[in-house]
Design a protein around this ligand. Structure first.
Ligand SMILES: C[C@H]1O[C@@H](n2cnc3c(N)ncnc32)[C@H](O)[C@@H]1O
Ligand SMILES: Cc1ncc(COP(=O)(O)O)c(N)n1
Ligand code: SF4
Ligand SMILES: [Zn+2]
Length: 536
């Protein structure tokens, strides 16, 4: 294993913001340093400073040069002192009116440096508490995953993205999976799901958890199924329960469990074009049919909640009957399951267990809204977490894009977390480079949704980048971008750094240059001082 794993970003510094309720809190952020704007005023060249831009940072201690990284030992246990003095789940605390360390942490994190910029925000620690109390937001934070930096999933907050990693029976080792995990954090992944189904499932998860600064989710059914040698008839509540406890002990922050599948609803998927595409969903459906019994995930739901409550693990109600093609979208099977999930939400809340709802899948654009509306109508305000959705089926190799189109739309409509899809979807197990592409693609979808929703301060980075672009501050444009390495690589394919144009139009046709010259001659084109972008 490469023990020197580090994350760095060009012209960026790690910075920390302090807590108020809890002055010991240090909330990590990234500050991007910019070069000055050079103007000619009255024949003299003057340099006007551009303020650094502060951005949300998922890279944890990996980007802090003062923290020693040792993958064999794992990250520092940030949350340990907090969880040791606490009794009860985040939801239990919230309902008692207690603002936990995690709640103040996420409030600071979501606002970035809005206060310094004079941008108003609705996000206060008390607001976070009230959203968690109402079940409208989830802070996935297993007491046994102290390495994780708190984050929040809810429609009133920044839209989050999840990256799926993990091995399959055919490929990849533990070192590779840890590398993918850290890589996802570098590019902006907010949570990770370890979906391993191959060898060393327990040890792979252990190494990911100990080195993950973001919450980790799993589908415990995969390991339970592996334990019974892939023989559905041998599966039982007991095997599942023991697996769930094992993973809770390790520190898994949220579990995808397909509790919404009822035996009576399984046949609804029969007439579909692509049947069932959920692994967990197909396994539990087969169990129901083989045993001719109701699903033990449904009948034991309260037991599942009791286990999760002991560790403050959250439940992600898995969409086992999600449509696997646009033709099957919004059918009776899918919506029967969604309605069942709505029933289960209140039972989780009765035990102070945080819960969110998984959604599809493959959905053409005109059918996306009905998914969000029905989730809102039936699930009592619990956050929605969707896979894409992919808006067409005809682009294998480009399904990060077919799905990001749907993800941006459903994110704007109120979905709280978007599960990424990589270019390898439907084709092969993604590698490290696919993780980067998937994460950056989903950052685009999530950020587009944040802008459209008007999240406080979301536009600061866009405006700073646009200003840099207009002023031909190329390095600032690259450094402010989601993938600076890619931007500079493309620029260099046919430019030498620094010109007042690029090879797209060439010097004579560069509209931005012509426009800039007009302005310099005194034609005011109306660009005003931008909030949060000083030095205009
Ligand atoms: C539910 C989603 O999870 C993805 N998925 C399943 N297993 C893995 C894995 N090991 N790595 C990455 N993605 C995975 C599938 O491609 C599907 O889109
Ligand atoms: C958003 C999301 N991520 C992961 C899964 C689990 O996969 P599966 O349902 O295939 O077991 C899921 N159902 N939804
Ligand atoms: S991605 Fe591949 S292995 Fe998974 S369901 Fe589709 S065809 Fe089967
Ligand atoms: Zn698919």
């Amino acid at each position: 294993m490469n023990n020197n794993i580090r994350i760095s970003y060009p012209s960026s510094e790690k910075m920390y913001m302090q807590g108020t309720i809890y002055p010991d809190l240090r909330v990590g952020m990234r500050r991007i340093m910019l070069t000055p704007t050079v103007k000619t005023v009255g024949g003299r060249r003057v340099a006007v400073e551009n303020e650094p831009v502060v951005v949300y940072d998922t890279s944890g201690p990996y980007s802090d040069p003062d923290v020693e990284i040792d993958l064999a030992r794992g990250l520092p246990p940030l949350r340990k002192p907090w969880t040791q003095r606490r009794h009860g789940t985040q939801m239990a605390c919230a309902r008692q009116g207690i603002i936990t360390e995690e709640m103040e942490y996420v409030a600071i994190r979501e606002n970035m440096n809005c206060e310094a910029l004079g941008i108003e925000t609705h996000i206060t620690p008390e607001f976070v508490r009230s959203e968690v109390a109402a079940g409208r937001a989830v802070i996935p934070a297993n007491v046994n995953h102290p390495e994780s930096e708190p984050m929040i999933i809810g429609p009133a907050f920044l839209v989050k993205i999840n990256a799926n990693i993990g091995n399959s029976s055919s490929t990849s080792g533990i070192g590779e999976e840890v590398e993918k995990a850290v890589w996802s954090c570098k590019w902006g992944g907010d949570t990770l799901m370890d979906l391993s189904t191959g060898t060393d499932i327990h040890e792979t998860r252990e190494r990911i958890l100990r080195n993950s600064p973001v919450p980790v989710g799993t589908v415990p059914m995969y390991q339970a199924f592996e334990k019974v040698g892939g023989r559905v008839e041998r599966l039982s509540w007991e095997v599942f329960r023991d697996t769930l406890v094992e993973q809770c002990e390790q520190g898994v922050d949220y579990f995808t469990i397909h509790c919404g599948i009822r035996r009576k609803n399984v046949p609804l998927a029969n007439g579909r074009l692509t049947g069932m595409v959920s692994r967990g969903g197909s396994i539990i459906s087969k169990w129901c049919m083989v045993h001719d019994e109701e699903s033990f995930l449904y009948t034991h739901f309260d037991n599942i909640c009791d286990i999760c409550a002991r560790y403050d693990a959250a439940i992600s109600l898995g969409d086992g009957l999600r449509p696997g093609c646009t033709f099957d979208a919004n059918d009776a099977a899918q919506f029967a399951e969604l309605d069942t999930m709505g029933e289960l939400v209140e039972r989780a809340w009765a035990k102070n267990v945080q819960v969110f709802i998984e959604g599809p899948g493959h959905v053409p654009m005109q059918k996306i809204r009905a998914n969000m509306d029905r989730q809102i109508a039936k699930c009592h305000g619990a956050p929605f977490y969707t896979l894409g959705p992919l808006v067409t089926d005809i682009a294998p190799g480009y399904d990060h894009i077919t799905s990001a189109i749907g993800a941006a739309q459903i994110g704007w409509q109120g979905t709280a977390m978007l599960c990424y899809v990589t270019p390898k979807e439907h084709l092969a197990l993604p590698d490290k480079e696919d993780v980067r592409t998937g994460v950056v693609t989903y950052k685009i979808a999530a950020h587009a949704a944040d802008l459209a929703k008007g999240h406080p301060g979301a536009a600061v980075r866009d405006n700073a980048l646009s200003k840099a672009r207009y002023e031909f501050r190329w390095k600032d444009q690259f450094n402010l971008s989601l993938d600076p390495e890619r931007a500079v690589e493309y620029y260099k394919t046919s430019n030498s750094v620094g010109g007042k144009y690029c090879t797209m139009c060439g010097p004579d046709f560069c509209a931005m240059r012509i426009s800039g010259e007009l302005e310099a001659r005194g034609c005011d084109l109306g660009v005003k001082e931008l909030k949060g972008v000083k030095g205009s």
